[in-house]
Ligand binder design. Structure first.
Ligand code: GDP
Length: 360
């Protein structure tokens, strides 16, 4: 699926850079344009991407800290510049726009949902969110910010693909030191999904088309992506079990939003050498997926590659039940309640005065 990627904020920019790099290195050509937008000049300087600095008037290149309301404001105030830069990159061949952001920070958290809403007014192509949820050990401000950001992003985007920062992190890896590795994993998985619809080699009836990705995401809501790979035999007949077991692993331990148990639609892409993909395996894996996530709507297709390994890429659209998402929302609600309580206590202590007008 030929896509334009817009990274907002620090995480958004870094993930966009990793995805663009993955696409270029593999010669897929699915990423047809990319851009990083931030209010922090130093975060933009290190990126190998075209950039737009927003909020110059408000924060002078220093970022918005964790203030996501300010993040929304600086995006709104500099919208014309951002939209102008996106327009130059959204050529006729682009089938979708992805706005990428860490939902727990400030610029991406506040800016991305607003930008998505505005882009929906301009383009008739789907505009998707690629949102990164804070890990469970991140502080309460991240949880509150991400809760609010997700609420709006879900409403504005054609679908929101979520990546939980705890999902693709190696055990023993701290979150901060692990960002690069996590970003690489996001790049490989999302990059393969985008590239899958672009396959031109070995085209046959069973090759997946980008419309299948669009159809799986149609209907909106939250989406998750699963991935697993395994060594395979060179003969398809020997690989039926490899396809089914890899698909199972992609869903049971490889999802970007773990513990997703029901979804409205699914797409199974099996990547590998065309003569190594077992048709029987693909059919079995598809019916397993229908039962596993409780949907009758599972699409499927191959992604012919030159890789000796087989990989299963599973996209679930319209996530209906995910304990991990529930857990996150509960953390966000609790953190928001605690914040409100602190504010009320401050009020009681006379630290704010309702009779004094603020500046803005
Ligand atoms: P912003 O620049 O104000 O939009 O804030 P950030 O993009 O730094 O957002 C903070 C959130 O993003 C936190 O939940 C971080 O854990 C997460 N984050 C920051 N950098 C990265 C990164 O490079 N990769 C990933 N996966 N998450 C990141």
């Amino acid at each position: 699926m030929k896509s334009v990627l817009i990274g907002v904020g620090q995480a958004g920019g870094k993930v966009t850079a990793a995805l663009s790099d993955f696409d270029t290195r593999n010669g897929f050509g699915a990423v047809v344009g990319s851009l990083a937008v931030n209010s922090a000049r130093s975060d933009l300087q290190s990126l190998p991407l075209d950039t737009v600095l927003i909020g110059g008037a408000e924060v002078n290149g220093h970022g918005v800290g964790g203030d996501n309301e300010l993040g929304t404001r600086v995006m709104r105030n500099d919208l014309q510049e951002v939209v102008g830069a996106i327009d130059g990159r959204t050529t006729a061949e682009a089938e979708a726009i992805f706005v990428v952001a860490g939902l727990g920070g400030g610029t991406g958290s506040g800016g991305a949902p607003y930008l998505v809403g505005e882009l929906q007014e301009i383009y008739d192509r789907p505009v998707y969110g690629l949102g990164i949820l804070p890990g469970r050990d991140e502080g309460s401000l991240y949880q509150v910010n991400a809760g609010r950001s997700l609420k709006t992003l879900r409403r504005e985007a054609d679908a929101t693909l979520l990546v939980d920062n705890d999902a693709w992190r190696s055990s023993g890896e701290s979150l901060e030191s692990g960002y690069e590795a996590i970003n690489e994993r996001i790049a490989r998985r999302v990059g393969l999904l985008l590239a899958a619809g672009e396959a031109t080699r070995g085209v046959g009836e069973s090759v997946v088309d980008s419309s299948e990705v669009v159809n799986t995401l149609r209907g909106g809501g939250v989406a998750t992506l699963g991935y697993a790979s395994a060594d395979a035999s060179s003969a398809a007949a020997a690989n039926a079990n490899v396809v089914t077991s890899t698909t199972r692993r992609a869903v049971r331990s490889g999802l970007s939003l773990p513990e997703t148990t029901t979804a409205e639609r699914g797409l199974l892409v099996v990547a590998g050498r065309p003569d190594a993909i077992s048709r029987k395996g693909v059919e079995r894996a598809r019916s397993w997926l229908e039962t596993e996530v409780d949907t009758m709507e599972v699409r499927g297709g191959d992604f012919p590659t030159r890789d000796d390994r087989l990989a299963a890429i599973v996209l679930l659209g319209g996530v209906a039940r995910s304990d991990r998402l529930e857990g996150f929302l509960e953390r966000a609600r609790q953190a928001a309640r605690a914040e409100k309580q602190r504010e009320e206590e401050d009020d009681d202590a006379g630290l704010t005065d309702d009779r004094i007008d603020g500046l803005l």
